[in-house]
Design a protein around this ligand. Structure first.
Ligand SMILES: Nc1ncnc2c1ncn2[C@@H]1O[C@H](COP(=O)(O)OP(=O)(O)OP(=O)(O)O)[C@@H](O)[C@H]1O
Ligand SMILES: [Mg+2]
Length: 244
């Protein structure tokens, strides 16, 4: 579903990362972990065609309009209601206004935001805004979703709930996900594989772990799997080596 080969990216002629190979099979959730500034967001931008590659190739198994992206920063329009923010992407697909509104409300409902459809982003909590952004992405029925630290700023309970809801939807619909996160436990709990990027400049893939924990997963119980602890310890050791 996503194949990145020999990717080098840079700004102003200077490379920030080189020779990155990364692949995500259809229906997999794959995490990309790495120190701040190593180039994780840049890789996602390159996949979306928002940043040119210095070298290498990126091949997606679906056209770009079937790729959803959840940016690191909240990308909601403050002058539009939650409903209109979610409906916005549907308008580009030529769907009529009434259907857009109904679809937006349905997806907001799935995210636990029923009753808040008319609120503007400024009057929603951070977690609610994240859920609106997620509804916006899911409403477009993407086959591949790129997520950049989507839940970084949320408290542990809200984060757990949103992540578990998302996991159910993604597993249920066979959606492919490339997830950027700083959270090794989250990466392990959600993923089929974890790629570790070294620190920049000249970042590269420093480690790869296939995670063969069973699916469907439950975030609350997967941590009790006897394989979870040893896998986490190996990820930590790799990350510590990379940061050192
Ligand atoms: N527009 C830009 N112009 C110049 N340099 C940039 C630009 N955007 C990012 N960089 C640099 O490229 C490197 C990678 O940035 P990127 O945002 O991809 O890192 P990241 O891994 O996503 O970090 P974080 O975990 O902090 O989000 C950083 O050193 C950053 O300073
Ligand atoms: Mg980033």
């Amino acid at each position: 579903m996503l194949e990145i080969q020999g990717l080098s990216l840079g700004y102003g002629g200077a490379a920030i990362l080189r020779g990155v190979d990364l692949s995500v099979a259809a229906g997999q959730i794959v995490s990309l972990v790495g120190p701040s500034g190593s180039g994780k967001s840049s890789i996602l931008r390159a996949v979306m065609g928002l940043q040119p590659a210095l070298a290498g190739t990126i091949t997606a198994g679906v056209p770009r309009d079937q790729i959803g992206i959840l940016f690191q920063d909240d990308a909601l329009l403050p002058w539009r209601s939650a409903r209109d923010n979610v409906a916005l992407g549907l308008r580009a697909r030529g769907i009529d206004a009434a259907t857009r509104g109904r679809t937006a409300d349905a997806f907001l409902g799935k995210m636990g935001l029923a009753g808040l459809e008319d609120r503007f982003p400024g009057r929603l909590s951070g977690g609610q805004r994240k859920r609106v952004a997620l509804a916006q992405v899911m409403a477009l029925a993407p086959r591949l979703i790129l997520m950049d630290e989507p839940f970084g700023s949320l408290d542990a309970i809200v984060r757990h709930r949103i992540t578990q809801d998302l996991l159910v939807q993604v597993e249920g619909q066979g959606i492919t996900v490339l997830l950027v996160t700083h959270d090794l436990e989250e990466a392990l709990a959600l993923s089929d594989a974890v790629y570790l990027l070294s620190s920049g400049p000249d970042a590269h893939i420093a480690a790869f772990h296939a995670i063969d924990l069973p699916r469907p997963r439950n975030l609350a119980t997967v941590r009790a799997d006897p394989r979870f602890g040893p896998l986490l310890a190996r990820l930590w050791a790799d990350l510590s080596a990379v940061v050192a």
